[in-house]
Write a protein that binds this ligand. Sequence first.
Ligand SMILES: N[C@@H](CCC(=O)N[C@@H](CS)C(=O)NCC(=O)O)C(=O)O
Length: 175
Amino acid sequence: MKLYDAPRCPFCARVRIALAEKAIEYETIEVDLSDRPRWLYELNATGKVPVLDDGFILPESAVIMEYLEERYPDAPLLPHDPERRAEARLLVHRFDDLLGDEYYAVRRGDANEFAARLDELVVGQSLYADAAYAPWVIRARDMLGVDLPERLARWLDTLAERPSFAREVEVVAAL
Ligand SMILES: N[C@@H](CCC(=O)N[C@@H](CS)C(=O)NCC(=O)O)C(=O)O
């Protein structure tokens, strides 16, 4: 398996966490986002990472997570109960509304409601949703200097006891 990856990309981090949780071995092909190679557009018409190659080419972090969950069901990230599985997928589906849009508003220096989104953020629902959200919360804390609500600070500290998430904290520290 190959992952077309970029350390600073939080969408790639979702996939790195899922792969680590499932103890899947893979090769990393690091893409320079400031000088993206032409061949990347042949793999993914949008020119974005992550892209997974597991014998076929798959872009889009949320779809890759779903694929990994189905193809490698050992160490599941989704809850067992179908209703809770649906809730986890809904959280990921609504990522832009629930956090992403306001995170990128902070990054651009625009007026934003990121603090309110953090206050309302549902965490701890599943490893699946946590893996999909934690990369942005780690970057908010460690790169943007955002003071997290105590509840989220504790959530990240607990997640960082897992090697998969601890590694992402290290990746961000090295950026
Ligand atoms: N919807 C995509 C978004 C991926 C994405 O935006 N990746 C960024 C890096 S964090 C990228 O490749 N950006 C290059 C660009 O926007 O042209 C996913 O979930 O995988």
